[in-house]
Ligand binder design. Structure first.
Ligand code: CUA
Length: 316
């Protein structure tokens, strides 16, 4: 694939597509800018004062001309819209089976943890040729996770999860930036993404020691915060079991009505921090809020645990 030297490398599957759309838009803008300026110059010269031009029959209306100057930009506008929308949809949802990585932003660093358990700061190691999905949140203000070589950027917000995915296509080291002004050291809030051969990545993960995985850490926290007392085992309090829940549709009681929501990362997070906002149909709103009691990295670990038991049968 050709590469314009002013741009960063194209190192992900979407990068060439993003660039193509970009150059198309630049091309269209350039073409019309040149056309309009040339026309202005031509008319300025041609109809200048004192030039010998026939001005006896000024044109009042031209349907053909008007249709043309509305029709052509309309077509170009629609091409950009549908092309951009198609790309956006590809970019929006990670393909199934993508590698899960958690990102917590804070002033002024990136804390990153792999589902296998290894954590790193301001660095992200990923294997070549495999989709990687980041689940991101912030501990303070709004940040933005930006990897120019992958042509991906996503805001990272406090109080909610956003996600970002990419599939690296080249081994190498690529800049990582914070792209949202977040205070004094915003410009220093960056790092590197290291794309490795899959075998090297496995070796790198193993170098981190044989510590617990995120799901195992999450299970420990699940017990520590006394979630297990109600959500598992011989419970005295009637609470929904969480095996097999992740990714499924959950019935939510709202007044007299029941509606369904998908038990994704956002739903689990809200259920822990604001349990009364979404009470599962058939259960009492008894759960206390854990707002302010569990750190962002720990929340992600608990969610990783609940996700890890998604394949299990829901006990009755
Ligand atoms: Cu974080 Cu700018």
């Amino acid at each position: 694939m050709w590469n314009f030297p002013l741009l960063p490398e194209q190192a992900s599957t979407v990068a060439p597509h993003v660039d193509l759309l970009y150059f198309f838009q630049v091309g269209v803008s350039l073409f019309f800018s040149v056309l309009i300026f040339a026309t202005i110059l031509y008319f300025t010269y041609h109809y200048r004062e004192g030039s010998n031009i026939d001005r006896s029959r000024p044109i009042a209306q031209s349907l053909l001309l008007e249709t043309t100057w509305m029709g052509i930009p309309f077509v170009f506008g629609m091409i950009m819209f549908f092309w951009g929308a198609a790309l956006f949809y590809v970019d929006y949802e990670a393909p199934p089976g993508a590698l899960d990585v958690s990102v917590v932003a804070k002033q002024w660093m990136w804390y990153i943890q792999h589902s296998q358990g290894r954590a790193e700061i301001n660095e992200l190691h990923v294997p070549l040729g495999q989709p990687v999905k980041l689940t991101m949140t912030s501990q303070d203000v709004i940040h933005s996770f930006y990897i120019p070589a992958f042509r991906v950027k996503q805001d990272v917000l406090p109080g909610r999860y956003t996600s970002l995915w990419f599939e690296p296509t080249k081994v190498g080291r690529y800049h990582l930036f914070c792209a949202e002004y977040c205070g004094t050291n915003h410009s220093a809030m960056g790092g590197w993404v290291e794309v490795m051969e899959p075998a090297d990545y496995e070796r790198w993960l193993a170098e981190g020691g044989t510590g617990p995985s995120m799901a195992q850490e999450g299970e420990k926290l699940f017990v520590q915060h006394h979630c297990a007392g109600c959500h598992r085992g011989s419970q005295t309090v009637h609470a929904p079991r969480l095996e097999g829940v992740f990714g499924k549709s959950v019935p939510i009681q709202e007044g007299k009505d029941v509606h369904f929501v998908t038990a994704d990362v956002t739903y689990i997070r809200d259920s822990i921090l604001r349990p009364k906002s979404q009470v599962v149909a058939g259960f009492e709103p008894l759960m206390p809020s854990f707002e302010g009691q569990i750190s962002e990295p720990d929340l992600l670990r608990i969610i990783a645990y609940i996700k890890s038991i998604a394949g299990e049968e829901t006990p009755q």
